[in-house]
Design a protein around this ligand. Structure first.
Ligand SMILES: NC(=O)c1ccc[n+]([C@@H]2O[C@H](COP(=O)([O-])OP(=O)(O)OC[C@H]3O[C@@H](n4cnc5c(N)ncnc54)[C@H](O)[C@@H]3O)[C@@H](O)[C@H]2O)c1
Length: 254
């Protein structure tokens, strides 16, 4: 039980990668606060995990709203007494277009805000409490922020590249407080119905060309990502900070 007694907050964790991270951390003994943007999905996830006997709380907050984010960290302190682990997972391309000429200013702002500003606001609010006992922050970059990828648009690439720079700079600043800050950069992971549909609509040639580009010859799973996040959250990585781990089957080697 590598996370016994630890309190973890995972943003955007009602489904997808975040939910898998919650399951993996719970199995390692952590108490997990599930955050997401809507009440129904948060309570659904909390109920389902509690029914399996896990120690779980839920908090609805939009990660780009400072007041709600500060309210969430205050709630965690009141309910759990501390915060040891923060995963800035909420994000994605958020159904915005990929082609430069189709991306509106609102699309750009949304993608940059949720992926990058959300990580800033949540880290700022959590660090205020982590300074006492130390902690571990894990940010979600992407292969799209590590190398030019046709799978994503420029807004997503800029946001996820920004997450890498944010991770390194924050790691330098908060290291003296024993707060570690690392990131993972997943390759394509079928994390839900939408990405499953995208994959299914590709013909055999397209799918083969994607897989041929991956030395391990398969797409990643949500559990592949969750295992690495748990490693970064645990003391097994206690001498690592400012690192970006490319969890992509070797598709991009940083
Ligand atoms: N799936 C992939 O292939 C892949 C690859 C690289 C990186 N990532 C990154 O991993 C993270 C999770 O991806 P996923 O595929 O599980 O996505 P997902 O869409 O399945 O889940 C994201 C969750 O974040 C929540 N969310 C969105 N905006 C929010 C906000 N403002 N405040 C709080 N919650 C919000 C959503 O409601 C959703 O539950 C994202 O940061 C994504 O960019 C995913």
């Amino acid at each position: 039980m590598r996370l016994d007694g630890k309190i973890a907050c995972i943003t955007g964790s009602a489904r997808g990668l975040g939910y898998a991270m919650a399951v993996d951390m719970l199995k390692e003994g952590a108490t997990v606060v599930i955050n997401d943007i809507d009440e129904a999905s948060v309570s659904g996830a909390v109920e389902s995990l509690r029914s399996e006997g896990y120690s779980v709380y839920g908090y609805v907050a939009n990660v780009i709203n400072k007041k709600q984010v500060v309210g969430m960290m205050d709630y965690i302190m009141t309910t759990c007494g501390k915060i040891d682990i923060l995963v800035n997972n909420a994000g994605g391309a958020l159904r915005t277009p990929k082609k430069l000429e189709e991306i509106t200013e609102d699309d750009w702002d949304l993608v940059l805000d949720v992926n990058l500003k959300g990580s800033f606001l949540c880290s700022q609010a959590a660090v205020a409490y982590m300074k006492e006992n130390g902690g571990s922050i894990i940010n979600l970059s992407s292969i799209g922020g590590r190398t030019a990828s046709i799978v994503t648009g420029v807004s997503y690439a800029a946001a996820k590249g920004g997450v890498v720079a944010f991770t390194r700079r924050l790691a330098k600043e908060v290291g003296p407080y024993h707060i570690r800050v690392n990131a993972i950069a997943p390759g394509l992971v079928i994390s839900g119905e939408r990405l499953q549909e995208t994959w299914d609509t590709m013909d055999d040639t397209e799918q083969t060309s994607v897989l041929d580009d991956i030395p391990l010859r398969r797409l990643g799973t949500i559990e592949d990502q969750a295992k690495v996040v748990t490693f970064l959250a645990s003391d097994d990585s206690k001498y690592m900070t400012g690192a970006v781990l490319d969890v992509n089957g070797g598709r991009f080697m940083g």
